[in-house]
Design a protein around this ligand. Structure first.
Ligand SMILES: [Zn+2]
Length: 662
């Protein structure tokens, strides 16, 4: 009866004047790092009134599962309706391919205004989820990689005040419960012993403000989804954070729906959060299949592949049907998650596992290890930002090993790995080395740790230890291109150009988009005096990542030396836009504009050259030339000034300058 009633609901939706169906405005709120047992009416030791009030008004799914215990892949599933095998984003720092349709695109095509506010660099525009959004606010406070729910809410509310006749699709992402746990007052004092819960409670307060503002602002029907992207280990199964294992602490997430056709109450049917995609399309009148408004039972899948793609540990797959949950990672584990939500008792040897679950975990596609590394398309600054968010990025493809360890058996290394990765990204090599040695003591075939150790020694000038570690890496993976790359970078660091160049040339020939190799080769080409190649490499690199102002200045200088006037002007102007008054290449820019016969711009550039510039006489000489070419009334005075202030170089140039002999 209930199901029949909900199914009929969209057909009886109110129609707007003019005869077209009124589409509801829709708000999706994703709660980062929020355990299912840390929020809502059944949570213990915490009060989350905003979430609980929504749960009371709508439908709460008590068995909702993330597709991946990591931010970007989990959100990618909600935005595409696909499991990671379908969308290809198995870990953070990847990029959603442009050929996968996304929710915001579909809604925008259907007439929605699409707006997103995200709260961490992990979901920055560059990772591909901004597609389809009219507004995608991923601006973090200066020098920071995340922002608090309060700030995200303030910005969202300011935006909501703008009037619009279009239905709205609003996605707000809150990041607060992510480690480190530093709740604001009064939550800090209230949850002194449980700061994680303090973060959740503080976020809930902002959720209340957000829901109230959204409902006041949108006219007509509305739909709201509140969902977690993954949970947090908090020590369960010896995992303190998330991303490495598939237990309930990180996979079981809160999910509440309030909206058209949604029956009030609770549901105990296991569902995947990827169906948020289908549910929102359903609300928008774009198709009913897979909507959570229906209650089709399905095998819910999930994966945690980061330990596999980073270290070659066992790939991990999860499947849930009813109250039975299977995890496969080298061997099968089975739990009754209703009777035993802590998954303390593995029933694999005791119970008959459903055939559907067995098939699901057996047939689950394991990602290829041949894919390019995420880190190879990131600049050093982006790697540091991700490391500051606790993200471990692999520097090499692992070797496939028959005796690969199961991630759950390596749990004592999780925190060590995270710490080592962070220190490494911040170039604190001396502190990273003992941690890397500890990882290798437990997992000697770990290529990533071996290459990190080699690189750390190399950076510190420990030639002997570095080479020893590189030999170890070559033993683990004799054909690894990653070993060649890092060895080449080691030679480059030690100025052993003749060894570095052929290795790098080979790496770049095999993988033309490998950023660290391209960067090193660009430096070497410059030292070899092969300027055109250095310029071309730098252009390619800056097409892949954002250059700094200093790098743009260097590109401008190289292009100028190479006679590429237009490119040099472009690079200097970009640097000037970034540096403002600190920009020091106005003389070069003036000379370039003069060479390009862009005289008004040459004049402006030369007028900006400071009196204190060591080549100020040259600026006066060039300025006088420009003055003559522009027929300025004071050109004679400018020539006189250039003569008067001339140095040895410009004196000769002035004497030979025919423009001055009128
Ligand atoms: Zn997350």
């Amino acid at each position: 009866m209930l199901i029949g009633a909900c199914r009929a609901a969209p057909k009886t939706e109110p129609r707007a004047a003019g005869g077209t169906k009124a589409r509801p405005s829709i708000m999706l709120v994703t709660l980062d790092t929020t355990r299912a047992d840390a929020i809502g009416p059944e949570a213990t030791g915490i009060d989350t009134p905003a979430f609980s009030e929504l749960a009371a008004r709508g439908r709460r799914f008590r068995q909702a599962y993330a597709t991946v215990p990591e931010t970007l892949p989990s959100h990618t599933s909600m935005m595409t309706g696909l499991y990671p095998a379908g969308h290809g984003v198995h870990e953070n720092a990847r990029y959603l391919s442009g050929d996968r349709p996304v929710l915001a695109e579909r809604l925008r095509q259907a007439g929605y205004r699409t707006v997103a506010f995200v709260s961490a660099f992990t979901l920055a525009r560059r990772f591909g989820l901004a597609r389809g959004f009219d507004v995608y606010d991923d601006e973090m406070p200066e020098g920071q990689v995340e922002r608090a729910a309060q700030e995200t809410t303030d910005r969202t509310l300011a935006h909501l005040r703008q009037d619009s006749r279009q239905p709205l699709f609003l996605w707000v992402h809150y990041y607060d419960p992510h480690y480190p746990y530093t709740p604001p007052e009064p939550f800090r004092s209230r949850y002194l012993k449980k700061p994680y819960l303090g973060e959740v409670a503080a976020m809930d307060q902002q959720l209340g403000r957000l829901v109230q503002a959204f409902e006041q602002q949108v006219k007509g029907p509305a739909g709201i989804v509140i969902v977690g992207d993954h949970g947090e280990g908090l020590g369960d199964h010896r995992e303190s954070q998330h991303g490495s294992l598939l237990y309930q602490a990180t996979m079981h997430v809160p999910l509440v729906l309030v909206g058209p056709g949604i029956a009030k109450g609770v549901s105990d049917t296991p569902v995947s959060t990827r169906r948020v995609f289908h549910t929102i399309l359903d609300w928008a009148g774009l198709g009913e299949s897979n909507s959570l408004r229906g209650s089709e039972q399905e095998v819910v899948l999930a994966e945690a592949m980061r330990p596999f793609v980073a270290f070659g540990w066992q790939p991990q797959v999860m499947a849930v049907l009813g109250r039975q949950k299977a995890i496969f990672a080298g061997k099968l584990e089975v739990y009754d998650v209703v009777a035993d939500p802590m998954e303390a008792r593995d029933l694999a040897a005791e119970v008959e596992v459903s055939r559907a679950l067995k098939t699901a975990v057996r047939d689950y596609p394991v990602p290829s290890l041949e894919a390019p590394l995420a880190i190879d398309s990131l600049g050093a600054e982006e790697v540091r930002k991700l490391a500051n968010l606790g993200y471990v990025s692999a520097r090499s493809r692992p070797v496939v090993r028959k005796d690969a360890p199961r991630p759950v058996d390596m749990s004592r290394l999780f925190d060590v790995i995270e710490k080592a990765s962070g220190l490494f990204a911040r170039e604190e090599y001396a502190r990273a080395i003992p941690l890397l040695e500890r990882i290798l003591a437990e997992d000697p075939k770990n290529l990533d740790a071996t290459l990190s150790l080699a690189t750390a020694h190399s950076a510190l000038g420990h030639e002997k230890q570095a080479l020893e570690a590189f030999r170890g890496a070559a033993d683990i993976a004799p054909d690894s291109q990653d070993v060649r790359t890092y060895l080449a970078l080691h030679y480059a660091r030690g100025k052993q150009w003749e060894r570095a160049v052929p290795l790098l040339e080979r790496v770049v020939a095999e993988t033309p988009d490998r950023l660290p190799a391209l960067e090193a080769l660009a430096v070497l080409r410059e030292r070899q005096g092969r300027t055109s190649e250095a310029v071309a490499l730098r252009q390619k690199i800056y097409g892949m990542r954002k250059p700094s102002a200093e790098e743009l200045v260097r590109l401008g200088q190289l292009a100028m030396d190479d006679g590429q006037t237009a490119l040099a002007i472009e690079a200097f102007e970009k640097a000037r836009a970034l540096q403002g008054r600190a920009f020091g290449q106005d003389l070069e820019l003036g000379v370039l504009y003069l060479a390009a016969r862009r005289l008004p711009e040459a004049k402006d550039s030369l007028d900006r050259v400071a009196l204190s510039h060591p080549e100020y006489p040259m600026a006066l000489f060039k300025r006088a030339q420009v003055s003559v070419l522009l027929h300025e009334p004071d050109r004679a005075a400018r020539i006189a000034l250039a003569r008067e202030r001339a140095d040895a170089t410009t004196r000769k140039l002035i004497a030979a300058e025919r423009l001055f002999q009128e």
